[in-house]
Design a protein. Structure first.
Ligand SMILES: Nc1ncnc2c1ncn2[C@@H]1O[C@H](COP(=O)(O)OP(=O)(O)O)[C@@H](O)[C@H]1O
Ligand SMILES: [Mg+2]
Length: 232
């Protein structure tokens, strides 16, 4: 639970803030979030824990600008993800996403997949290649750079997805059940690598999981229940 990068007083800069957020689907028939609030600060690894269908992904998508709330305030890295220009900026520079299913481009190589986000920033090839090597090395995939994503195992793909999410050095990583489709041992390994790499890269993490063991291995545990978020 010790996190050397979290400020001693636990008051790092707020990177993700939700205040009294409401969200329903199907024209209000499915009420998912009913006044959800949370804060994730710099240096933190925070678990968003709750049963399946409790609204974890919904909240993560709202913070990441992938969907919009019915009402409530959102602030991510100082920007409002409800605004289109802010969303672009967030995706390009401030946020990394890791999903349950890696979403890699199957016929691109490991290297090509990892560097994808940097293309939008117009980084030079040598600079990109060096960055890819640093990240791949951290997750033990330095010798797989030329392999196609489709030829990798599930755990390897997820390690590539973590590198890709961190390629542009985001301040915040949003991870939605990143171990959800892996077997137990592989899941532990991917979780540990995500935690280590995020710390090395000084990225805060908000990680959705329904698994208590992963939630408890985070610095702070937030529970999603009845449409709200409570500190555990
Ligand atoms: N696009 C959508 N349209 C209708 N219902 C949805 C949609 N997305 C999610 N839901 C419903 O909202 C609830 C919360 O979903 P979700 O946020 O994915 O939960 P979790 O990630 O905690 O499993 C579920 O009942 C789900 O069926
Ligand atoms: Mg989900």
């Amino acid at each position: 639970m010790n996190n050397p990068l979290a400020p001693a007083d636990g008051r790092g800069a707020p990177l993700a803030v939700a205040r009294d957020v409401w969200k329903s689907y199907d024209r209000g028939r499915v009420e998912v979030l009913r006044g959800a609030s949370l804060t994730v600060r710099a240096g933190e690894l925070v678990a968003l824990w709750g049963s399946s269908g409790s609204g974890k992904s919904t909240l993560l998508h709202l913070l990441g600008g992938l969907d919009t709330p019915d009402r409530g305030e959102l602030q991510v890295c100082g920007l409002d993800p409800r605004e289109e220009r802010a969303r672009l900026e967030l995706r390009r520079r401030h946020l990394g996403f890791v999903f349950q299913l890696h979403n890699l481009v199957p016929d691109l190589t490991v290297e090509e997949n990892i560097r994808l986000p940097a293309l939008a920033l117009g980084a030079g090839p040598a600079e990109m290649a060096a960055r890819v090597r640093v990240l791949a090395d951290r997750v033990g995939l330095a010798d797989r750079l030329r392999h196609r994503a489709q030829d990798l195992s599930g755990g390897e793909r997820q390690r590539v997805a973590i590198c890709r999410a961190l390629m542009n050095s985001p301040r915040l990583l949003l991870a939605d059940e990143p171990t959800g489709s892996l077997d137990e041992a592989t899941g532990e390994n991917v979780f540990a690598l995500l935690r280590e790499l995020a710390r090395a890269e000084r990225a805060a993490v908000l990680l959705c999981t329904h698994e208590r063991r992963f939630a408890e291995a985070c610095d702070r545990l937030l529970r999603v229940r009845a449409g709200r978020v409570e500190e555990v």
